[in-house]
Design a protein around this ligand. Structure first.
Ligand SMILES: [Cu+2]
Length: 154
């Protein structure tokens, strides 16, 4: 609010020709655009190592574990192996769901859609032992918000 008042007070005075503000305005816009572009590129490069699907090439020889989503639960193994390339074969029995896997620190490490009539392979390597939480990532019905699962990695 105070910023609006400050702008209103400093904007008083005689009108200025557009040509007087156009060139500095375009220059400011160009600098702003290039700055945002640089920030976006740096953020992209810095976040690449955290990309969760880098183990896809290991999927061929990995163990496969079935995961089924249904209103409003996940059916999956209670224990999964630590530091081993595995593939979760994710499907659904009723409607579309999303499966989001959170590590013991609460960070999401992988997600994929769970769709009826289709098995979505999700290659993953669990780098921390402990209790993982699975949350539905797509609104799937009245009890979507309580749809959660868990498994242990050891
Ligand atoms: Cu849901």
């Amino acid at each position: 609010m105070s910023a609006l008042v400050a702008v209103a007070l400093t904007a008083r005075g005689p009108a200025v020709e557009q040509s007087a503000v156009q060139k500095p305005g375009y220059r400011l816009r160009t600098v702003w655009f290039r700055g945002l572009g640089a920030v976006a590129i740096v953020a992209f490069v810095l976040s690449l190592p955290a990309f969760p699907y880098r183990h896809r090439s290991q999927a061929a020889e990995a163990q496969h574990h079935p995961v089924t989503a249904l209103q409003f639960a996940f059916v999956m193994p209670p224990v999964l192996p630590f530091d081993t390339p595995i593939v979760l074969d994710v499907t659904a029995t009723d409607v579309n769901h999303g499966i989001g896997i959170y590590d013991p620190d609460g960070r999401i490490i992988a997600q994929v859609q769970a769709m009826p009539g289709y098995t979505n392979p999700l290659p993953v390597v669990f780098k921390k032992p402990g209790q993982y939480v699975v949350l539905c990532m797509e609104y799937c019905g009245i009890a979507h918000h309580i749809m959660r699962g868990s498994f242990e990695v050891r």
